[in-house]
Design a protein around this ligand. Structure first.
Ligand code: MRU
Length: 369
């Protein structure tokens, strides 16, 4: 089963509720664009490529909901839906990328309102299917960087749950594991939402990949004592100069890795690359509810005084000087990123040899139901 998929029988978007894992594997159904925007906002679905694909299907739901009699009105309805979806999360550029891609296709088309509805859904489905193929290609490219016996330190969740299927940084680990390389993953918890301990650990258990959970603030210890060969994470937005916005804590992790000469790899599809921004200082950083920081409990008790205030920026920016290489579906990009990233993104205009799309609900099943 994919992390999210369109149900052709019931005409609804179905997705794993990531807020429930690892306690329960539950699939929820979304019937409206508003429900989809809320699912993205409240992190029922999260991970940059996964929210991009979800938003594209959110537009398909908006198209289904529209009562427009004219194509002009239909396009207006879609624009309203697009604005709602784009506002649901700010930092990951994949969301706006996917929404704009669907809008572009519909604006360029002619035909009846029904024809346009069909087009919206087809484009959303294409984005989802392509995402799987892209992840597999990143896995192949990135696995070259992994050696037999490596211990890898991984941040946040970048596995199948963060995409439609397979994963970005964790997809690289999965590919290396499938190639027979023995790897061990130090999974950092990733406070405050704990995507590492809740989601990455759960996925690695399913794949039979060896792992141990560490607290985020243990990373420096493991890096300095020579127990980590590579640091891997994804990206929510990469700017033209190679600065990487990713889950909060990435910057500190990259600093500690750099100080200890441990290579730092960011794995992300080209849909996470925003060439319109010169550097990371221009990336909007989402600040979330302080309750995510304060609401956690230790042995059933509060961890902060009643009425305490907290800050909760959800992402930080790692400057390009701390990044050893960026892996995309088009290959491995090394510095100078301002030149090489642009070239790598451009390379995708030519379809890759042997690229194939894996249809919905196929043999590639990451999780048993
Ligand atoms: O807030 P999240 O869980 O959506 O943040 C996700 C991450 O930071 C991931 O590491 C990132 O999206 C890239 S990996 C697909």
């Amino acid at each position: 089963m994919r992390t999210l998929f369109w149900d052709n029988d019931s005409h609804e978007l179905r997705m794993i509720d990531q807020r429930r894992l690892p306690a329960a594997l539950e699939v929820v159904s979304l019937h409206t664009c508003t429900e989809t925007a809320e699912a993205i906002r409240n992190m029922t679905v999260r991970g940059a490529p996964a929210i991009g694909a979800s938003a594209a299907f959110g537009l398909a739901l908006a198209a289904q909901e529209s009562r427009a009699q004219s194509t002009a009105q239909f396009l207006l309805d879609l624009e309203t839906a697009a604005a709602l979806l784009k506002a649901s999360r700010l930092t990951a550029v994949n969301l706006a990328w996917a929404v704009d891609r669907v809008l572009r296709v519909v604006h360029a088309a002619t035909g009846s309102v029904d024809d346009l509805r069909t087009l919206v859904l087809a484009e959303a489905q294409r984005i989802a299917d392509e995402d799987v193929a892209i992840n597999k290609r990143m896995g192949e490219h990135g696995s070259v960087l992994i050696d037999d016996g490596d211990t890898l330190l991984h941040h946040c969740n970048t596995g199948a749950l963060a995409v439609v299927d397979w994963g970005t940084a964790l997809g690289v680990v999965r590919t290396a594991h499938e190639q027979g390389k023995r790897v061990h993953v130090l999974v950092d918890e990733t406070r405050p939402r704990l995507q590492g301990s809740r989601l990455t650990a759960w996925e690695l258990g399913h794949y039979g990949i060896s792992y141990e959970i560490i607290c985020d603030n243990m990373a420096g210890y493991f890096l300095r004592s020579g127990q980590v060969q590579k640091v891997l994470f994804g990206a929510d937005r990469i700017t033209a100069n190679g600065d990487v916005a990713n889950k909060i804590g990435t910057y500190m992790l990259a600093l500690a890795a750099h100080d200890n000469g441990v290579p730092v790899y960011s794995v992300a599809p080209t849909s996470s690359i925003d060439l319109s921004l010169a550097d990371g200082s221009l990336i909007p950083i989402e600040e979330r509810d302080p309750d995510e920081v304060l609401g956690i409990q230790f042995h059933g008790e509060r961890v902060a005084p009643e009425g305490a205030k907290a800050r909760n920026p959800a992402f930080d920016v790692t400057p390009n000087r701390l990044i050893t290489a960026i892996v995309t579906e088009n290959g491995i990009v090394r510095p100078p990123f301002d030149v090489n990233l642009r070239e790598n993104v451009g390379a995708g205009l030519v379809p890759a040899q042997g690229d194939h799309i894996i249809p919905n609900g196929d043999k590639d099943r990451p999780f048993k139901e």
